[in-house]
Design a binder for this molecule. Sequence first.
Ligand SMILES: [Zn+2]
Length: 425
Amino acid sequence: MKISSFLDVTKLKPFKRRRLKKMEDPFNLYYEEKAEVFCIGKIPLRIKQEARSIIKGKLENDIQFNRDYVNSLDLSSEGKEIFDSALSQLSFWISKLVGMKKRRKGQSLYPWQYAVIIVPSLSFNAWVRLSYDEKDNTALIFLNTGVLLENLDRLHATFSTPGFLEEFWSGKAPIEKPLEIKQGYLCNLSENQVFRAMATEISIKAAMFVVFHELAHFLRGHVSYLRGELDHSGEIHEAPTSNTEEVLDNTTRRVMEVDADQMAGIFASQFWRQFDHPAVSPKEFRNEAFSLEVMSAILSNNLILGQYEFSDKYYSPIWRTQHILEFFYKDFFYVDETLPLLERQNRREKISRDMYKLQLELMSEHERSYEIMGWGKGLSTERLEKEIDSLLGDDQLAFNRLIPVLAKYMPPNFFYQRPDGQEQY
Ligand SMILES: [Zn+2]
């Protein structure tokens, strides 16, 4: 890894950034007037309408995710520009993931379809469920606006704190400078344009991780399993909600989250490999910059989640950060499969150790700015020991029992098939 040389370049010589092609207004592309919903993915109008009514019920209001909603967030003109650009790029990546064409016979996942719907709520949450009618073979992923906005706000503020990343690249503790903290979303922005670009890029990757995680709940068969075996609606939320959630035992819940996190780590690596690991960086340091962005994105999501009151339904944010990254590296770092087993294990362990060191350094940088901004002390390690025990103990058994049961509920094995000659939908 050439991390230090990459950081020098970022700091000392502002590099020429590839100018993004002017992207089309995402509201033109994804806002469906007839359903009043912002939906990325090819699903029929009536299911978009169903998604709309699900959102209405959940939020208990009539607010839509449209241009007026974005205007109502009352962002400064710079803040609005950052949000708009992040939303365009996030929508673009989601459309690449979901695909914008109707799935045909013979394609992967057929006859399943899925879509991502942006929800006008500022709380940090996302959820996944199937459409009411099982004949529709449709999964709906709901992503709150808060997932993107909170990440943007906190990462931009973090990158604007004096001395951010300085210790990381020079080894010297940053000189404490007074900081005037402004209140409101996206008010604390770095003067350094490269830092601004990085903060936006990491926020987009963080929101994509949430989408990968929701997708994993669907692809791993969790939602259908809950419906089919446990008399549960199959709706899985990421953060606790005020709505009374259906009873699901904590072990099953935790084990599913672990499974979804692992898959999300792998999906992220596989997805971005197709696009050459995009990152804010000069070309020669792309991979280094990309892995730093990924670490920061996962950290950012979990630092935000860490501020929620967590119950035994979830592993703690610090444990999850580590676990997701572990699975990301497995796919991201190439290890020659023809090497003897022991050699392969040694190489993987060495990569993990190096990455863990970097991760700890990044974590302390983020935690320092969290303290400066008054967002708490960062990730608590209090629960960690207990969790290592439970995962190695009962949860591991539950995990091993659940995985084979899930297989029959995974989309390729579990769907409603219409009679020959009858189209899906
Ligand atoms: Zn989850």
